[in-house]
Design a protein around this ligand. Sequence first.
Ligand code: ARG
Length: 579
Amino acid sequence: MKQIIQETLTSIVDNFKNEGLLPAETTTRIMVENTKDKKNGDYATNLAMLLAKPMKMKPIEIANLIVKAIPQNDKITKVEIAGPGFINFFVSKNYLASQIEAILNDQHLGVTLAPSPETIVVDYSSPNVAKEMAVHHIRSTVIGDAVVRIMEFLGHKVIRANHIGDWGTQFGMLIAYLEKKENENATNLELSDLEAFYREAKKCYESDEEFAVKARGYVVKLQSGDEYCLKMWKKLVNITMVQNQEIYNRLNISLTDKDIMGESLYNPMLKPLVEDLINKKLAVKDEGAMVVYLDKFADKDGNPRGVIVQKKDGGFLYTTTDIACTKYRCETLHANRIICFADSRQHEHLVMSWEIAKLAGYVPEGVVLEHGAFGMMLGKDGKPFKTRDGGTVKLKDLLNEAEARAAKLIESRNNDLPDEMKPEVIKTIAMGAVKYADLSKNRTTDYIFDWDNMLTFEGNTAPYLQYAYSRICSIFRKAADCSIGKVQITTDEEESLGQHLIKFNETVNAAANKIAPHIICSYIYDLAGLFMRFYEACPINKSDVPAEIKSSRLALCKATADIIKTGLNLLGINVLERM
Ligand code: ARG
């Protein structure tokens, strides 16, 4: 609807230009907003105000011209001018009803697919090998996965890239330590605590010279493709990723082994890459190292910023890998768009490696490189979220705690849930709550992680939305006849709910364009609220409700349920029919 109004206004503005009322070179951003108060119609625009200056007329006069120029149609029943020149549009109830029916009959619930699907590489989760996933990885993992789902829903081809940290000099030490453990006949069990494993390996490296010599030797051997070292390295990667996969499965993250494209993948490409940068006169030798100087990142005195791509000892860096990775994604994966979810502190690193990739001609014209930056997860005290003794919180422990708390929440309520259903319900509520707490916040800012605010049935939380969904399911369970019929808008509550239902399309598209899943969260939250109001005001299963009204209301229930379910699924959150 918004789009239709926008198009109508655009052609009116074009006509003003043709008639010479408006200078041809004027550019105006035509904005159509959703109104807050239904007294002002369903949509409004401030276009007349924007045109006042270039047209040298009073806004109210322009508003009159615009209203006169709006062609008669069956979608808008009324157009009103308000205040100094706002124009309010009232959507026809019949048209609204037909739009809701269209949603009910469409697999995509009225969401328009991307006119030209793109190949989008989404780099997300990306934990490091031989370390356990920590809380900060939840942000990249959960937000990245939601964006993947949204893009796929819109018809894009998405390539999931789990850019794991599986290469680097630390592997010499880790291989030497794994060997030591294996010689001591340690079982895989002890590796379940990867944090301890890493810590102990480091301790040995620092205190035992013989161990350190061996470890350094293994770095060289691994780099040159030594079979034994590769085997040991692969073992470490597998142990880590088996554990991470468990977390992905618990959290309903769509990543699998197939999506692993770690740093090691790019290792063979680094030497030729630096040679190419030298040939292209981008990289120059500076005190033994190879450096690319970037004018774009010059300091305030105009000195270009130097980025090392190869160290004096011949080693490559995190940046070199990201340049090779960008080249690979453009040239081999044919990405049109690359979105990298990493915390905001990695911003400079990413944009500098992209700048080098662009200068070297690896990024074709039109390919968009974006950093899906996010802020930190903070504790209630406003400081980085830590364990009581100041350590990093393991993601696994956080998820365990979420389940324990969800179990208490379920037990504290009156419910007729059969015992055998409880474990699934608890898990779905726990994971939904944790994910939603993250997704519902503006991606770019820090946020406070607070158990009490996320595991509750009140407010903008996953349990509240899951509850709203299960409530609709129970309406259908209770209705003797649950056939849905033609939609009729007879009350204000039905109208407000309907107006919101038909905004699902613009919501999903906005979330995709802005890489902002929280837009979908706010939308579903508002939808649940409007539904509750509708449900209170408009009886369904009462005996005196005429059959056609009942079936119309059931249609509204169905459309609401479908959108809550699909919306939550786009966020990677499951719904429950009973809870
Ligand atoms: N492994 C990094 C970390 O744990 C994130 C990698 C992000 N992606 C990239 N292409 N640099 O923080």
